[in-house]
Design a protein around this ligand. Sequence first.
Ligand code: IPE
Ligand code: IPE
Ligand code: MG
Length: 240
Amino acid sequence: MPDLRGRIPAHVGVIMDGNGRWAELRGLPRVEGHRRGAERAREIIDLSIELGVECLTLFAFSTENWQRPREEVSMLMKLLELYLKNEFENLAKKDIRFRAIGEIWRLPENIQALVRETENRTAKNKGLLLVSALSYSGRNEIIRAVRKVMNSGSAPGELKEEDFNSYLDTAGFPQPDLIIRTSGERRLSNFMLWQAAYAELYFTDTLWPDFDREELLLAISDFQGRERRFGKISSGTNAS
Ligand code: IPE
Ligand code: IPE
Ligand code: MG
């Protein structure tokens, strides 16, 4: 078990990938992988709370995922519905504040209602901020933010980077310090394109349904060994 002595990332983003392959490797339908993946999410949420992570964003369904076969999309929506219904009590008990980002209006109406209800009923909680990226993509979020800026009537020259943050779905959330992607793919697949500017990226071959507590500890331990320079020079370096 890694020894975590350094700074715990305030915001961890997770691209939960590999559910389908996990199931296919076992001769199971892909939905079994998604089901198992949802269980892992619970475990990772609990450990994030124990470690003192402030914000955990789970990428659950991308804008591009609407292009999957209709049966898979509808199974994923069903799982999401079950998850929101079953987890509500737990979120309250664990003092979790739930927020969804993405084009929530594209989700089936009953799920939109569940999402809004869960957000409203957990809004005053003070513990972990749990962000679910649903029908989300970074480019889509940026375009929607640009439209809001244009509609705000502010002069183009006045827009600053900090202001732009407040037009994004993640307004008010800390920037992600660590982005984890499972399943061996080394890409962002449209996740948090604006916010990821200085995130540390961690890739593992482990498929999401196998990503257990130990795996998260390894990812954070790896993060703690990174030097985040933000474009400056190493703090121990003599400039002359
Ligand atoms: C991630 O697992 C979950 C979603 C994208 C909804 P995948 O379904 O992408 O699993 P693989 O990549 O096909 O194994
Ligand atoms: C990214 O995984 C989206 C989620 C994990 C929700 P995908 O499986 O959709 O990404 P690609 O297609 O491999 O890039
Ligand atoms: Mg995938």
